[in-house]
Design a protein around this ligand. Structure first.
Ligand code: ASP
Length: 324
């Protein structure tokens, strides 16, 4: 066993080293894990803020896509990473829903991470392949109910935002469609464009361009009000499906045990990125908006995650959908 005096000296040295590294942070490249495929909506949000944060931090933030299992593979990778500020996770509402959807999760979403801040809350749109028969959302709901077993519903795996939205849709219509999981809705969109899958519910950060270009059909939004970007598109609520209301909030996390100074530094950098007019414009073009500075904080994200786990738990339990 080490001499007590030596052990104490070692502990002091380690604390000082930790403080010094938090002070100098960052001194090298940072990895931001996105737990879905490249080119999808979560990836789009991550790349937008990572670029601006890199400029502010003076070190590059490289986005790494670790898709699979509805975002839980990538989150699990970050949960196990060194808590040194060089591995971040950008994940959305799936951080909260997977807590209930997965009976066995390799990490506890509430204790395995520290928090940087909220990034943006993105609306969803119910979309279908371009030649999908129904003309409007009322026709869509009737058609889907009648043909449920013949229709495919794409999602990014259990625990993903598209899975949650699809689950709410099926629950509201009391219809069970054939669900097809992808590693992200980027590749799912490719199949929707190619007509290999019929329906999807996805963030406007992945659907706006295609809706505007007429390459997919949009039926309804999951918002309380109509979107300024698509004033003609009804909300699911106004067309009789009030349960289909969900906003996909995104947050940035670090592994639990990261120095508070580092989380704070990252939060300040996130706030600057979100205040950048270029980011506001890019987000507006994709139907969303940056969170205000007071929400891009560790405390706001922590509170949001806790509240959202509690909010979705009964909904998921009543739907009886789980992954093992
Ligand atoms: N939109 C996806 C989801 O359903 C995630 C992604 O591909 O970014 O959660």
């Amino acid at each position: 066993m080490a001499h007590p005096k030596l052990a104490a000296a070692l502990a002091v040295a380690l604390t000082l080293a930790g403080a010094a590294s938090a002070q100098d942070y960052p001194t090298r490249q940072i990895t931001m894990v996105v737990p879905f495929s490249a080119g999808g909506p979560t990836d789009t949000v991550a790349r937008l803020v990572a670029e601006r944060m890199s400029g502010d931090l003076g070190q590059q933030i490289v986005v790494e896509n670790v898709g699979g299992a509805g975002g839980t593979l990538g989150a699990g990778q970050v949960a196990k990473a060194a808590p040194d500020g060089y591995t971040l996770l950008l994940q959305h509402i799936g951080m909260a829903t997977s807590a209930t959807l997965y009976r066995k999760l390799a990490y506890d979403p509430l204790t395995a991470f520290d928090y940087v801040g909220l990034v943006t809350e993105v609306p969803m749109v119910v979309v279908a392949r371009k030649d999908f028969e129904p003309a409007d959302f009322k026709g869509f709901t009737a058609y889907v109910k009648e043909n449920a077993d013949k229709l495919t519903l794409a999602n990014a795996g259990i625990g993903s935002a598209s899975h949650l939205c699809g689950m709410l849709l099926m629950q509201a219509l009391q219809a069970q469609l054939v669900t097809v999981p992808y590693k992200g809705t980027g590749p799912a969109m490719t199949d929707l464009l190619g007509g290999q899958t019929d329906i999807m519910c996805d963030q406007t950060t992945n659907t706006t361009q295609q809706i505007k270009g007429g390459t997919i059909k949009a039926y309804a939004t999951t918002t309380a009000e109509r979107l300024p970007l698509f004033p003609d598109l009804p909300t699911a609520t106004e067309d009789g499906l009030p349960a289909l209301q969900v906003g996909i909030w995104h947050g940035i996390y670090t592994p639990a045990g990261t120095a508070p100074e580092i989380n704070e530094r990252l939060s300040q950098s996130l706030q600057k990125a979100l205040a950048d007019p270029g980011v506001t414009k890019a987000m507006a073009d994709l139907g969303t908006a940056p969170e205000p500075a007071e929400n891009a904080t560790p405390a706001a994200l922590k509170a949001k995650l806790g509240a959202e786990i509690a909010r979705w738990q009964p909904v998921i339990e009543s739907a009886g959908v789980y992954a093992d």
